[in-house]
Write a protein that binds this ligand. Structure first.
Ligand code: PMP
Length: 435
């Protein structure tokens, strides 16, 4: 069955297939961190549905919540009507949001994907400000629909102005650290204030507190606060894209909590649906300029996703899983930095909470420099590490510039022993590739 399914799907699916190429697995059963393939092989899954599975696969509280709705006879499709299931979800969501944000928040159910909520956010701030432009950052990823694509790194833009995202490793200014972040902030200011060669005042700025697909690049807290000041001083709504960083992933329930900023708009998806599709845009009430029907969508009311999401949000909150992600994440980062000292092909180890990246570079080019020059990214080494991990029963994702960053996004429920097994397998894979 295993080989036949792989063969048939590769013949019938589009050339855009991604994960399925690097991971020739036919999952038939899954629980927590573990996936079992049709060939009987078992894997530790550190891809977690691209960061969606905060509680891992098929967590009992999630399954129970879904079953409860199914057994209750409640309608599964209700467009955007109010239901007890939606009431419970909204209540739990608002309970988790930063209090000063929640106090004045409105939610628009979008759907079904993260990219839909990004589009809704753009549309909202354009309506609220009467302006059209958008500020986005180098290396950003916001989705695959037209507006989100425009705001994502690499795309040629028309209405989107690209700003430098601060980073220590391969900093675009060749500086990194606090000074690089400060220069990035000043660049943003001058672009906004230069009336001749700058950009017209935009409708909004969208940023990821930690770039995920961009290669796991955490933004410094100071830079986040600078972006908040710069946008607030110019009445530019700040949109935090927490599609990937939300629900405890980075060691705080929402990643904006690290810097203490209050955004004007938050875009949420992935983990909020407890493994089912759900996406919302949450924003301060004075931005709510929409007329009834100004934003719509047939699949805004996924009752099963809301129930699974309520169970997930409550479980993460009640069990302190954000704090758990912070402690376990920093332990894993320390261990991986030890590994980097051993293997010159590891150029950088970075992350926040359980959002971790290991960047592979050409080992022949040491000593390191912070610029993009002398230590070129090594996508072939990263792909080899991913393959060797898979052979050892470990699923990891690749991201970042030229897909040279091995990404770990384990469920927040991963145990200490499982984390050790993950790191052992990864270390073994790197050793094999480096040999
Ligand atoms: N924003 C961010 C930060 C993301 O990581 C992603 C997905 N990786 C998206 C938006 C788009 O979400 P979706 O794939 O559900 O459209």
């Amino acid at each position: 069955a295993h080989e036949g399914i792989l063969r048939r799907q590769s013949a019938r699916e589009s050339a855009a297939r991604t994960y399925a190429r690097a991971l020739p697995i036919v999952p038939v059963r899954a629980r927590g961190l573990t996936i079992e393939g049709a060939d009987g092989r078992r894997y530790l899954d550190c891809l977690s549905g691209a960061g969606t599975l905060a509680l891992g696969h098929n967590h009992p509280v999630v399954l129970e919540a879904i079953r409860k709705v199914l057994d209750s006879g409640a309608p599964l499709h209700v467009l955007d009507l109010a239901t007890p299931v939606k009431d419970a979800f909204t209540t739990e969501l608002f309970r988790t949001l930063p209090p000063e944000f929640a106090a004045r928040a409105r939610v628009q159910f979008c759907g079904p994907a993260g990219t839909d909520a990004v589009e809704a956010a753009f549309k909202l701030v354009r309506a609220a400000t009467g302006r059209t432009g958008m500020l986005a950052f180098t290396g950003a990823y916001h989705g695959m629909t037209a507006g989100a694509l425009e705001a994502s790194g690499g795309a040629t833009e028309v209405r989107v102005a690209r700003l430098p995202y601060p980073q220590d490793y391969r900093c675009p200014f060749g500086i990194g650290g606090e000074r690089g972040a400060e220069l990035a902030a000043r660049w943003t200011e001058s672009l906004l204030d230069d009336t001749k060669s700058g950009v017209p005042r935009p409708a909004g700025m969208i940023l990821e507190p930690v770039q995920g697909e961009g290669g796991v690049i955490p933004a410094p807290d100071d830079w986040m606060r600078r972006m908040r000041e710069i946008t607030a001083a110019r009445s530019i709504p700040l949109i935090a894209d927490e599609v990937q960083t939300g629900v405890g992933r980075t060691g705080a329930f929402w990643a904006v909590e690290h810097s203490g900023i209050t955004p004007d708009v938050m875009v949420l998806s992935k983990a909020i649906g407890g493994s089912l599709p759900l996406a919302v845009v949450v924003y301060r009430d004075d931005l709510d300029v929409w007329q009834p029907g100004a934003h719509a969508g047939t699949f805004r009311g996924n009752q099963l996703a809301m129930a699974a999401g309520t169970a997930t949000l409550a479980y993460v909150r009640e069990n302190g899983l954000a704090e758990r992600a912070a402690t376990l994440g920093s332990r894993m980062l320390t261990q991986l930095r030890g590994l980097a000292e051993e293997f010159p092909c590891i150029g950088d180890v970075r992350g926040r909470g359980l959002m971790i990246g290991v960047e592979l570079v050409d080992p022949e080019t040491a000593p390191d420099t912070p610029t993009d020059g002398p230590r070129p990214a090594a996508p072939e080494l990263a792909a080899a590490v991913q393959r060797e991990c898979l052979r050892r029963g470990l699923i990891v994702e690749l991201g970042g510039r030229r897909a040279s960053v091995v990404r770990l996004l384990p469920p927040l429920t991963i145990s200490d022993e499982q984390a050790t097994a993950v790191l052992d397998r990864l270390a073994d894979a790197v050793a094999t590739v480096a040999a």
